[in-house]
Design a binder for this molecule. Structure first.
Ligand SMILES: [Zn+2]
Length: 116
């Protein structure tokens, strides 16, 4: 468990708990989930804790010591009890269009600026 805490500090992503870490050939796979207990409905803005299902999503983060880092992120799909809609939780640190963390995007931009 101390390893998980170490990776939470290393990744420095808000409200994220690391469940496990594994090495898969040349990449580090970090399984993690949100520390937040509730979701906010995007339609009516009400809070809900009712989870419909969970699924995993792969998100690329900055490499560590030349090794790729992939977050195996557990995503909860909530049900809004007021308007009865389902919605998936969002993570502020993930760029939805590229499936990468903002760390990774800004790191790539920095690398591109210094390289070219
Ligand atoms: Zn709602």
């Amino acid at each position: 468990m101390e390893d998980c805490k170490f990776y939470e500090l290393l990744l420095d992503l808000p409200f994220l708990s690391v469940s496990s870490v594994s090495f898969d050939s040349d990449k580090l796979v970090v399984t993690c989930h949100s520390q937040l207990g509730e979701g906010i409905c995007p339609c009516c803005k009400k809070k809900t804790t009712k989870v419909n299902q969970r699924y995993h999503r792969s998100v690329s983060d900055l490499p560590i010591s030349g090794r790729s880092v992939v977050l195996n992120l557990e995503v909860r799909q909530f049900i809004c009890l007021d308007c009865n809609r389902t919605f998936s939780e969002r993570f502020d640190f993930v760029s939805e269009s590229t499936n990468t963390t903002h760390h990774r995007r800004s790191g790539c931009l920095c690398f591109a600026k210094t390289t070219y």
